[in-house]
Design a protein around this ligand. Structure first.
Ligand code: APR
Length: 171
């Protein structure tokens, strides 16, 4: 039995009511489009200034900041792999993004965390294998008698949500 809960929502991650939201960032941490753009627009200039102080983040790792104008305690910035065909360690790097983000959230005693579909947009990671990694990473984290953390996968469109729900239902 898993200690925490895994569920999906559809919509804009900046509006999801959790302790911490995860940003699908790039190695500079200086913002971009997609979910990165949405989070920086909603959080305001303070987020960019803190990110500038951090000075970047390697692919597969995560960094935590304040949330500024967002109604959350923190933002976790993680850098997913760019899809290069599957032979460049992409799966391990993507799993590392989820694990590193969950560990940072646990370190800060967060009860709930929301993830976007990391790497499946501009970074072109195929949606189904990326979703399998996301769900498996969450289950692995909760199963090692981790905290009773609620893990929300925020899908920006119905197609993404349908894949997440189908994979969550697999035994
Ligand atoms: N809320 C939730 N999900 C969103 C939002 C949002 N506001 N905006 C986009 N998404 C979804 C996309 O539809 C996709 O499913 O987030 C997923 C990840 O897509 P991207 O944001 O393009 O992220 P990624 O593929 O990891 O590429 C990262 O894009 O924005 C730049 O600076 C970023 O260089 C980095 C790259």
């Amino acid at each position: 039995m898993l200690a925490g809960r895994i569920r999906t929502e559809q919509g804009d991650i900046t509006r999801v009511r959790v302790d911490v939201i995860v940003n699908a960032a790039n190695p500079t941490l200086l913002g971009g489009g997609g979910v990165d753009g949405a989070i920086h627009r909603a959080a305001g200039i303070g987020l960019l200034e803190e990110c500038r102080m951090i000075g970047g983040c390697p692919t597969g790792e995560a960094r935590i900041t304040g949330a500024y104008n967002l109604p959350h305690r923190h933002v976790i910035h993680t850098v997913g792999p760019v899809w290069q065909g599957g032979a460049a360690n992409e799966a391990a790097l993507l799993a590392s993004c989820y694990r590193a983000s969950l560990e940072l959230a646990e370190d800060r005693a967060c009860d709930s965390i929301a993830f976007p579909a990391i790497s499946t947009g501009a970074y072109r990671y195929p949606l189904e294998p990326a979703t399998e990694i996301a769900i498996q990473s969450a289950r692995d984290f909760l199963r090692t008698d981790g905290p009773a953390m609620d893990i929300v996968f925020v899908c920006f469109d119905a197609k993404t949500r349908a894949i997440y729900e189908e994979i969550i239902r697999r035994p």
